[in-house]
Structures are given as structure tokens and as C-alpha cells.
Design a protein. Structure first.
Length: 102
């Protein structure tokens, strides 16, 4: 029986791992520290699209530590702008679509 290579194992982790609100920060760190750029990219995309949910689940200090100050502030600003836009639409009573993660 052949033993799978490390590269094959890493590819399997990258393809099969389910990213959620609980593990997204850990997955991003793992992808970065183990030189798995596609996994890190998937985690970053999930974090960006689910930022509001992550803010409700994780302390701001943890998000800032993992994302870095620049990315954390950019995502925070984007989430705030989306939230304000949705609030204005709710006030009008004409919400057409709620953005992901909001």
C-alpha cells in the first residue's frame, strides 16, 4: 500500500475542509503558516463575505491579530457601510436584497 505524499494530503485538506464562523480564523492562519495559498485565499474570501457574523462570534482583537490591522480596518469599514445602507433601506421599507453576511 502506497503512502500519500504530503502534497496530496495538503491538497485534500484544501479541497475538503469546510470553513465556518467558528474555524475561519484558524483556517486562515493554518493556510498561511503551512504555505497553502489556496486554502488561505478560501478562508480570506469566507471572512470577507461573513465579516459581520465573525464580528459577532470573535473578539475584535482576535480578528485584528489574524487579519492584520489594515485588512481588519478595511473589512470593518466595508461592513459598517453595508450595515448603514441596509438600515437606510429598512427605514424606507424597500429592502430588495440583504448582502451576504449581513
Amino acid at each position: 500500500m502506497a503512502v500519500p505524499t504530503i502534497a496530496l494530503c495538503c491538497q485534500a485538506v484544501d479541497r475538503l475542509l469546510i470553513i465556518n464562523l467558528d474555524n475561519a480564523l484558524d483556517v486562515l492562519q493554518y493556510g498561511r503558516t503551512h504555505d497553502l495559498p489556496t486554502l488561505a485565499d478560501r478562508a480570506t474570501a469566507f471572512i470577507r463575505s461573513s465579516f459581520a457574523g465573525l464580528c459577532a462570534r470573535h473578539p475584535a482583537a482576535d480578528l485584528e491579530a489574524v487579519l492584520g490591522l489594515k485588512d481588519y480596518l478595511a473589512m470593518s469599514k466595508e461592513a459598517t457601510e453595508i450595515g448603514e445602507g441596509v438600515s437606510r433601506l429598512h427605514l424606507r421599507g424597500t429592502v430588495v436584497d440583504t448582502p451576504p453576511g449581513g
